[in-house]
Design a protein around this ligand. Structure first.
Ligand code: SF4
Length: 327
């Protein structure tokens, strides 16, 4: 089984954009591959953040991932900072990471522009990503298109390390592009994001889901019920593809093109399917929230399993890089 590593920021409870864009795919992957999924709190602190909120946001994300269906019996779900080997390998890899390439990363340039002072942590973000993946010798990384450049840099770092210290020690990780399209927010303009207030949370009540879907943006060409629309440019159609059965998706497309129904009818069907899909997730989340100690137990157990894999890699890396054995 190929090993997969992927990470998610500790942004609190998941919304349907995270779910359709990444986590739904992870739930499927855990049955097909040897998977490690990390809540990447060390990445989160490379940007301004609230230290008083980070731990509870991390725990909320863990609850979300377990509730969404990640099962510690099938995969490893852990908090990045609980496995100290990530930071050790990060440092060892910085000795080979090409500075020019790091400075050319699009995400670095975007984020740096928005900050008053640019930190080493922000610049070295892709090196820590490389350490995350190479620590477990993962060969596949599920990524969105915006992460492909970082993955290329990761491959370059692996190549450089292998050439210098040990042929074929690290596999060059390959991208596993996610099947689901990028999910826009309910405004139909920007990417779904909590900071923009255009999301539906994974644990929202049926009433709240409908209240948010009802006014959501659709194809602007459908000014009246009689105007035909183009489903491919409507975010509600994208959401149907995530929550409705294939025959319903076909029906939606056909009724949209022929003005066979109005946008409210279309949204009502979507709301029903979304509520049905999310109901068991909401129930599991409620049970997990009643038992925070149980959630921490799962995280501890997973971190122990991740650490034992990481320690093997680090011992080999130290030896190959010529560091004196610990005494
Ligand atoms: Fe969008 Fe549905 Fe309206 Fe078509 S009918 S524009 S898919 S909401």
């Amino acid at each position: 089984m190929a090993r997969i590593f992927s990470g998610i920021q500790p942004s609190g409870e998941l919304h349907i954009g995270n779910y359709l864009g990444a986590v739904q795919n992870w739930v499927r992957l855990q049955t097909e591959h040897d998977c490690l999924f990390s809540i990447v709190d060390l990445h989160a602190i490379t940007q301004p953040y609230d230290p008083g909120a980070l731990a509870s946001l991390t725990l909320d994300m863990a609850v979300s991932l377990f509730a969404a269906g990640l099962d510690p019996g099938k995969c490893i779900v852990f908090v990045q900072s609980h496995v100290a080997e990530h930071t050790e390998l990060n440092w060892l890899l910085t000795t080979l990471a090409p500075l020019g390439e790091l400075e050319r990363q699009t995400q670095f340039k975007d984020k740096a522009q928005r900050q008053e002072s640019v930190t080493m942590g922000l610049l070295a973000y892709p090196v820590l990503q490389a350490a995350d993946v190479l620590l477990y010798k993962a060969s596949l990384v599920p990524v969105g298109e915006d992460q492909v450049q970082h993955l290329e840099l990761m491959r370059e770092i692996a190549r450089r390390w292998n050439a210098r210290y040990g042929h074929d020690f690290f596999p060059e990780p390959q991208p596993l592009l996610t099947r689901t399209k990028r999910v826009l927010g309910l405004d139909g303009k920007a990417k779904m994001s909590k900071s923009l207030g255009n999301t539906i949370g994974l644990f929202e009540s049926p009433e709240a889901i409908w209240e948010k879907l009802r006014p959501a943006a659709t194809d602007p060409a459908r000014k009246t019920r009689k105007d035909p629309g183009t489903p491919e440019i409507c975010n509600i159609f994208t959401l149907h593809q995530g929550f409705s059965a294939p025959d319903t998706v076909e029906e939606v497309a056909q009724k949209c093109r022929t003005a066979g129904w109005g946008c409210l009818d279309c949204k009502r069907v979507l709301a029903d399917n979304m509520i049905k899909t999310l109901a068991p997730i909401r129930e599991r989340a409620a049970a997990l929230k009643r038992d925070p100690a149980g959630v921490l137990d799962r995280l501890r157990d997973c971190a122990n399993r991740a650490r034992s894999l990481a320690q093997r890699t680090i011992a080999d890396v130290r030896g190959k890089m010529g560091l004196l054995k610990d005494v």
